[in-house]
Design a protein around this ligand. Structure first.
Ligand code: GDP
Ligand code: MN
Length: 386
């Protein structure tokens, strides 16, 4: 689960990390009222969307006074921002954040994440932070250092020093850096975070370390024990079809291709996506209906696939084990009663009750192209949508 920058900064503050003073709002009037309460030379106005790269897309503005701020806020609210992280459709700005401005001497990059390959917690740090970090990673990767740590209750002083070494901090700022790493580590562990990314972490002109931006992601599997984090969920930022899928406990992820996939088992789902690509097309989604899916669940899944206007054809690939092919067929027929299926449908059934399943589909009056195996199915759906 992702959260907004202003929420991430609140959490950081709770753990003792320095962040600029700020407040968020859903309307321009509310924002201006809140801005007037902040003592600052200039104002920083920031679009709150679950995506980075806002600076380069006009989603971060520095304004000299309330008049300028009002005009900029009016323009930003409701605007669709397209950044390198939003995808081509962009994201509509529904909330704004106003912050005191900071005087930057240097911009650093700092993140903490789980390194799954080594089962360790990794800190990534660089003295080349800011909006061009992707370029730095490509052109001068030696300027980015990774420090991997064993999972422990606390982080030791030595590791903290190793992580911040590249920042080359002096005097008072060194201790601030060590405290910052300790706080971020504690926060990371206590909140079941997957990722904390501070870019930029800045050294101010008067040599203080401040987090100017913050991105956080939390593990969905442990969110049940993090009610405070869960309450920060913003459904406006999530794909409606994924929200619908989570209600039915379906493992569904929307993708950009044109072939909708209904599959049971994550491995088979991935194999199905791969083979669609092999035949020259792209999957419109990942969907694992799971083991003992009911016909209601199958029907919900089918409707979710069809609600995606990019879907030009559907491939159902079921290997009946715990999942029975006849239940699957009933779910599809059920869904077809409620919504018109106006795209080609290729079905490959194997395993438990596949004959019964096929019979149900054959008698349903639906136009179905049957396939004998996985590559037959993929080649037929690719041909059918042409
Ligand atoms: P992102 O582009 O979505 O990652 O948004 P950021 O919050 O990182 O802001 C983008 C850039 O705006 C930062 O890298 C800074 O260079 C600049 N910026 C943000 N806040 C301030 C500020 O208070 N003062 C100054 N001078 N620059 C700022
Ligand atoms: Mn940033």
């Amino acid at each position: 689960m992702n959260i907004h920058e202003h929420q991430a900064k609140q959490i950081l503050k709770k753990y003792g990390v320095s962040v600029p003073k700020g407040d968020f709002a859903f309307t321009v009037n509310e924002l201006i009222e809140k801005a007037k309460k902040i003592k600052t030379e200039k104002y920083v106005l920031k679009a709150q969307i679950h995506a980075g790269g806002r600076g380069k897309a006009g989603g971060v503005k520095i304004l000299n006074n309330i008049e300028e701020l009002t005009d900029a806020a009016k323009e930003m609210l409701g605007k669709t921002l397209i950044t390198h992280q939003t995808g081509p459709n962009g994201k509509e700005v529904k909330r704004l954040y106003i912050e005191e401005s900071s005087k930057i001497k240097k911009e650093f990059y700092l993140s903490c994440l789980i390194d799954r390959a080594t089962s360790k917690i990794a800190f990534i740090s660089s003295d080349q932070g800011g909006m061009d970090i992707e370029e730095v990673a490509k052109k001068s990767p030696e300027k980015i250092i990774t420090t991997k740590l064993d999972y422990l209750e606390d982080i030791d002083e030595e590791s903290c020093k190793k992580i911040i070494k590249i920042f080359n901090l002096k005097d008072n700022a060194t201790q601030q850096g060590i405290n910052l790493i300790k706080s971020i580590y504690k926060m990371f562990i206590s909140t079941d975070a997957n990722l904390v990314e501070i870019n930029p972490l800045i050294l101010t002109e008067d040599d203080n370390l401040i987090c100017l931006d913050a991105k956080m992601n939390f593990d969905d599997n442990s969110i049940y024990r993090q009610p405070e984090i869960q309450s920060l969920r913003d459904l406006n930022e999530e794909d409606p079809s994924e929200i619908e899928a989570s209600k039915h406990d379906l493992a569904y992820i929307k993708l950009d291709g044109s072939i909708g996939c209904m599959v049971n088992g994550a491995g088979l789902a991935m194999a199905t996506m791969d083979i669609i690509k092999l035949f020259g097309q792209e999957p419109a989604n990942f969907l694992d209906v799971g083991g003992g899916a009911s016909k209601e669940k199958v029907s919900a899944a089918f409707k979710i696939i069809l609600s995606d206007s990019n879907v030009k054809g559907i491939l159902i690939n079921i290997f009946g084990g715990i999942m029975r092919c006849d239940i699957l067929a009933q779910g599809v027929v059920e869904a077809a009663k409620e919504i018109n299926i106006n795209v080609p449908l290729v079905v490959r059934l194997a395993g438990t009750n596949y004959k019964e399943g096929k019979l149900i589909l054959d008698n349903s009056g639906l136009k179905i192209i049957s396939a004998s195996d996985l590559s037959d199915a993929a080649s037929k759906i690719v041909k059918a949508i042409k």
